[in-house]
Write a protein that binds this ligand. Structure first.
Ligand code: DGY
Length: 434
């Protein structure tokens, strides 16, 4: 085992809290939905029981309507804002009675994570037995999405908050903020006491974030009301690609488990509609990749980001389209002076390589792109993404995100946000071992 892998294991064990993991100390002191899934992939390589507990605990916080919240507040710490009292999830009649949670969700990674656990496992029978105990909860979550988050029956799910996208302060949301004028709230940020403010969203951005949640709370997080009233209603390519990827994994796993014909049939129905709409509605010919769609204002959001390439991970584009997307990624994001893959178009004037999702490289997206590009058999590009990911961690440590400009890594620390960040450690282990 390399020293870097050893250090990654230490990071994961340190962030392990008995039956779930935190993304990192202080900045993110609870359990986060998509973090949790990706962390389980890392644990699966050296401690399957922790991987299983991680997923079990996450799914234990599922609401009675199938919804899985983006944060499960396991403790009372006040190092994070906005906490459980602000989110007030119990306003929803079907919210978890056991845990305090948020009333927003995050990208649905759990389906493909279960398949990853099975792939990595050295005791397939035991892992499949675990999967049997939780897989219906994941299916129920997908059913929640298709029944409640697809008002036009397109097979494309909307998100109603930027925190649901996972790409929290992407410049894409600037267009939505221009349509809103929220009050100036008074509140105490906690993130900027742990991390330099230049690497985090602005106060005015937070006003927007809080305002959307206030509207949802006024209506007890009722999905129909949110669809009617939320100023933020977006079909996001990353979110939908991960749902499609997870559908595919559920189909494969249900086949292994046997006797689940009805669910497999339903999953195939969701898939064919979703993939068709994805390829027709979310692909932008002019840009040459997938983009977001603003469902509230009925307009495409014509920006290139790392999310634009994420459909490669779910096998959504055909080979020809995939080939031109990979070329675009290399041309715009992959010059000799750049690490792959910046989170936002480096040629845009909205690009900021230091600020959260406005430009830095993220290991989770890199891991998805690595896997996607390999599936389309561009092994040299896949190797480049893997090498870049390992190199930026080696140079800086297990940070949350990294500067995409190589020259910065020569001069100073180019890792930003939280340090000893769980998914950077987890996916590094998987990249090295796969
Ligand atoms: C934050 O507080 O920035 C979180 O990422 C929201 O999920």
């Amino acid at each position: 085992m390399t020293p870097l892998e050893k250090k990654a294991i230490e990071v994961l064990n340190k962030n392990w809290k008995g039956n779930f993991s935190i993304p990192c100390e202080n900045l993110y002191p609870f359990q986060w939905f998509w973090d949790s899934g990706l962390i389980a992939i890392g644990f699966a390589h050296f401690d399957m029981s922790k991987a299983e507990k991680e997923i079990f605990t996450l799914l234990d916080a599922q609401w009675d309507n199938g919804f899985i919240p983006h944060i499960v507040f396991h403790s009372e710490t006040d190092s994070y804002f906005p906490g459980a009292d602000f989110h007030h999830s119990s306003l929803h009649p079907q919210a978890s009675k056991k845990y305090k949670t948020t009333g927003i969700t995050q990208p649905p990674v759990t389906g493909f994570v279960l398949e990853e656990l099975y792939r990595i496992s050295s005791d397939k029978e035991a892992t499949l037995n675990f999967i049997k105990t939780v897989i219906d909860k994941v299916y129920f979550n997908h059913e929640y999405f298709y029944n409640n988050r697809d008002p036009k029956d397109e097979g494309l799910i909307y998100i109603y908050h930027n925190w649901e996208s996972g790409t929290d302060n992407s410049p894409i949301w600037d267009d939505i903020w221009e349509t809103m004028n929220p009050p100036e709230y008074t509140f105490e940020r906690r993130d900027t006491t742990h991390v330099d403010a230049s690497q985090r969203p602005s106060k005015r951005e937070y006003d927007h974030y809080l305002h959307i949640i206030e509207i949802a709370k006024e209506h007890n997080y009722n999905d129909q009301k949110i669809a009617e009233l939320s100023p933020f209603l977006v079909q996001d390519p990353l979110f939908n690609a991960l749902l499609i990827k997870s559908n595919e994994s559920l189909i494969k796993l249900y086949h292994l488990i046997e006797n689940n014909e009805e669910k497999i049939k339903q999953l195939h129905n969701w898939q064919s509609k979703a993939i068709h709409s994805f390829n027709t509605k979310l692909f932008d010919e002019e840009i040459g990749a997938y983009i977001h769609y603003d469902l509230r204002n009925e307009k495409p959001l014509k920006y290139l980001s790392s999310s634009s390439f994420s459909p490669l991970f779910a096998g959504i584009p055909n080979k020809q389209r995939a080939t031109s997307m990979i070329k675009l990624m290399l041309d715009k994001f992959g010059g000799d002076h750049q690490y792959l893959c910046a989170s936002f178009d480096p040629t845009s004037d909205r690009f900021n390589p230091k600020k959260y999702w406005r430009g830095p490289v993220w290991i989770n997206l890199n891991w998805m792109l690595y896997r996607g590009v390999s599936e389309y058999e561009y092994e040299d590009v896949a190797e480049r993404i893997k090498k870049d990911s390992i190199e930026i961690i080696e140079k800086n440590g297990f940070y949350e995100y990294f500067d995409s400009r190589k020259e910065i890594h020569e001069k100073e620390n180019a890792g930003y946000g939280g340090n000893n960040f769980s998914w950077s450690a987890a996916l590094l282990i998987d990249l090295i071992r796969s």
